[in-house]
Design a protein around this ligand. Structure first.
Ligand code: SDX
Length: 436
């Protein structure tokens, strides 16, 4: 009889029977350890898109898609969004515990110390066309940071890893704001240490040397909460990209650039921009909303409702619930002045209503996700459309570096190297060109 939690696998081809260990998590499904399967039975497992595959162990973020639960280091996202600040949440994700007053002050001091960019990094921007998408600029400039800090890049050294993590968290707002300023042909604005993290970003985005600029505290607070909501999300596509790229012991700045590239896709972080694009297309088409709902259901049509559905959440995305409240509160405080924006918002609310009542969406658990509302809020905040995913990257940087640091700190960490189900040609001999 098995002495601990195991599953028995019987190979009906050979009659061979093996025991596989069941790994018990703190929360979530029991997980079958299949690492011995190939050695014992000579089989691979097949799970395209990793729908039911745990790629790693992690202590950082837990989410339950069925219950709509999201926790950072055990703390519910609802409490962090209500009580914490983004930098305090960064400390929690990176270090595993909430900081005391001194630890928070020291961490904020370190972030302030690293928020400026090397003067030579400015020239990387001038290599881009002014109409380059800011995510293209971010992929390039964040990757370019790997050409600096050579004296401090031993990925096996915990303090070097923390330096890289602090530098990335600190420099992302500056690099992001400068991506926007460059696209607009406006002068770069330096960060200020007397401002909070989100305030500083808005200052670098919108202040002008020609006049006094005061950051709207409501906008800064809304942005800080939105960054908390976007900070980490278990092994999503961009975080898995960071882990796989980092597993080869690559430079952390180059690894983060890979994560930004993955996040850019409209099926992932690019969805917030795609939501507004979709709402604009709907409004400009003059066609009834029902036509787009039908298209979203049509398997022959590539059209999907951007901002709806999620690989894991088969209930309401808990972040969407929080961000929906921010969205409605912000719109009450700052009614949308631009009639075009109001029309987008009206379409969004109608779409949400229809989708929540329609059997096709309900039966597939397709609820509005975090990207559905963040796009609307960013619009209301005057953030340009092509900066929406940059703000997602701003929030997710701490999740990426925390997961990267956790992996690199594991003495058993191996290079990620998945296998495949080969479906190509069987072995065949080369034929000379005169025989083809
Ligand atoms: C993020 O992983 C993360 O954690 C990501 C993220 C994070 O914080 O890192 O949460 C951030 O990326 C949120 C998701 C943002 N993307 C979008 O809003 C794009 C629109 N959503 C879809 O592309 C889709 O829902 C995904 C990519 C999000 C999830 O796709 P899955 O899990 O692969 O689901 P699926 O494609 O297998 O869909 C299941 C069914 C299918 O229909 P059937 O084949 O069962 O008949 O639902 C349908 C799909 O056709 N479907 C949709 C739909 N999403 C899924 N139908 C219409 N509109 C949609 N948006």
């Amino acid at each position: 009889m098995p002495t601990k939690d195991t599953v028995t696998l019987i190979d009906n081809r050979t009659g061979k029977e093996i025991e596989l260990d069941l790994l018990k998590p703190t929360s979530g499904p029991m997980t079958i350890d299949i690492s011995s399967l190939y050695k014992e039975l000579g089989y691979f497992t097949y799970d395209p898109g990793f729908m039911a595959t745990a790629s790693c162990w992690s202590n950082i973020t837990y989410l339950d898609g069925g219950k709509g639960v999201l926790e950072y280091r055990g703390y519910p996202i609802e409490q962090l969004a209500e009580e914490s600040t983004f930098l305090e949440t960064c400390y929690l994700l990176l270090n595993g515990e909430l900081p005391n007053k001194n630890e928070l002050a020291e961490f904020e001091g370190s972030i302030n110390k690293h928020c400026m960019l090397h003067e030579q990094l400015k020239t990387f921007y001038s290599g881009f066309r002014r109409d380059a998408h800011p995510m293209a600029t971010m992929v390039g400039v964040v990757g370019a940071l790997s050409a600096f800090y050579h004296d401090d890049e031993d990925v096996h050294d915990e303090s070097d890893r923390m330096d890289a993590a602090h530098r990335l968290i600190a420099k992302m707002p500056t690099m992001a704001a400068w991506s926007y300023r460059y696209a607009m042909g406006m002068p770069f604005v330096q960060p200020r240490n007397d401002l909070g993290y989100s305030e500083n970003f808005l200052h670098m985005m919108f202040s002008m040397p020609s006049e006094e600029y005061k950051v709207d505290p409501i906008m800064a607070k809304a942005l800080d909460v939105i960054l908390i909501l976007h900070a980490d999300h278990e092994q999503n596509a961009s975080t898995s990209t960071v882990r796989l790229a980092g597993s080869s012991q690559a430079n952390p700045f180059a690894v983060l650039s890979a994560g930004i590239a993955s996040l850019w896709g409209p099926a992932h972080g690019g969805a917030n921009e795609a939501v507004i694009q979709m709402l604009t297309d709907i409004n400009e088409s003059g066609r009834p909303l029902s036509e787009f709902i039908d298209r979203a259901k049509d398997k022959e049509d590539r059209f999907r409702l951007m901002g709806f559905g999620h690989r894991v959440y088969k209930n309401y995305d808990p972040r969407a619930k929080i961000i929906r409240e921010i969205c409605h509160e912000m719109l009450e405080n700052n009614p949308v002045s631009d009639p075009k924006h109001q029309a987008l918002l009206d379409t969004a609310m109608e779409l949400e209503k229809i989708a929540l009542e329609d059997d096709y969406f309900k039966s597939r658990n397709l609820y509005p996700n975090v990207d559905f509302y963040s796009g609307i809020i960013f619009l209301g905040m005057g953030i340009p459309l092509n900066m929406f995913t940059v703000l997602f990257a701003l929030g997710r940087t701490v999740g990426w570096v925390s997961q990267w640091n956790e992996m690199m700190g594991d003495p058993k960490a191996k290079i990620g190297r998945p296998r495949q189900l080969y479906t190509g040609e069987a072995t065949r001999d080369y034929k000379g060109i005169d025989k083809r």
